[in-house]
Design a protein around this ligand. Structure first.
Ligand code: 13P
Ligand code: ZN
Length: 270
């Protein structure tokens, strides 16, 4: 059995957490990530018949029975993941009843998975239906994205349109736009359900006054989506209150979308 600390999925996820912390997106224990793993991938490093603990998830996720996830721990700081993966991360398998998680590795200090597991698992279920190669759900608190939710209307058409207008790459990276949820209590089944509902149409979901969710086939893809929104939100916040004398018009956006044959949300343009 190979040493799991050398597994590419641990190394890459830890490096992603470090990046996100260094970018200032994940203060304290802010943010969480879950990565869907294949059984063969896990079996190289762990005896999958050895269950360390059974932890109730608090909801039913029958469709994910037998699926393996690498998940950040609740209350854990992204800045500490790389130096101490075994306390800050866990490998879980969704049990046959769909209501429990079987811990196979990690959360060594007695900890458990992120409090946002409902939003993660429900979003995984939705995204897997859209894309069989889907693997990652990532949550973060990027400052400018959150700031924008205080000063910009929260309808997803308007929010997506403004982001597209802040940088020419935005419509290219997320032609599907972003979903937006109003203030909701975080860590609940309700916000998990609402996030997953948005994930039917979007790979990005902004939580007003809190942060953002991104979905992708890889850690880089989910990270890159969030990074692009945050970059646009920063430009928005830097120019907000000033007269924008040069803007990206809808004609410009249409020309870009047509040039790259993007499946963009046409109803989000004026
Ligand atoms: P966890 O520490 O439980 O992952 O929660 C962090 C967070 O960002 C809540 O939304
Ligand atoms: Zn959060």
């Amino acid at each position: 059995m190979k040493n799991i600390l050398n597994a590419p999925f641990i190394i890459k996820l830890a490096a992603t957490c470090e990046n996100m912390y260094r970018l200032g997106w994940d203060e304290r224990n802010g943010g969480n990530i879950s990565l869907l793993l294949g059984e063969d991938e896990v079996s190289e490093y762990l005896d999958t018949s050895k269950i360390l603990r059974v932890i109730p998830t608090g909801f039913e996720a029958k469709e994910l029975c037998g699926k393996y996830f690498l998940v950040t721990g609740t209350g854990k700081y992204f800045k500490n993941v790389k130096g101490d993966p075994e306390n800050n991360l866990g490998v879980i398998r969704i049990a046959e009843d769909g209501c429990n998680a079987e811990l196979l590795w990690g959360y060594q200090d007695g900890g458990t998975f992120t409090s946002e597991l409902p939003a993660h698992l429900m979003s995984h279920m939705v995204r897997l239906k859209q894309d069989s190669e889907h693997r990652v759900i990532m949550h973060s608190h990027p400052t400018n994205t959150v700031a924008m939710t205080f000063v910009h209307p929260l309808t997803e058409g308007e929010f997506s349109h403004t982001l597209w207008q802040m940088h020419t790459e935005c419509i290219y990276v997320f032609p599907d736009g972003v979903g937006v949820l109003p203030f909701m209590v975080f860590g609940t089944k309700e916000i998990g359900e609402a996030t997953a509902e948005k994930m039917k149409d979007f790979r990005l979901v902004v939580w007003a006054h809190h942060g953002i969710y991104g979905a992708g086939k890889t850690l880089d893809e989910a990270f890159g989506l969030i990074e692009t929104v945050e970059n646009a939100a920063q430009i928005y916040m830097l120019t907000e209150g000033k007269e924008r004398i040069n803007i990206i018009t809808d004609e410009n956006l249409k020309a870009l979308a047509e040039n790259f044959k993007l499946p963009y949300r046409k109803d989000f343009l004026d």
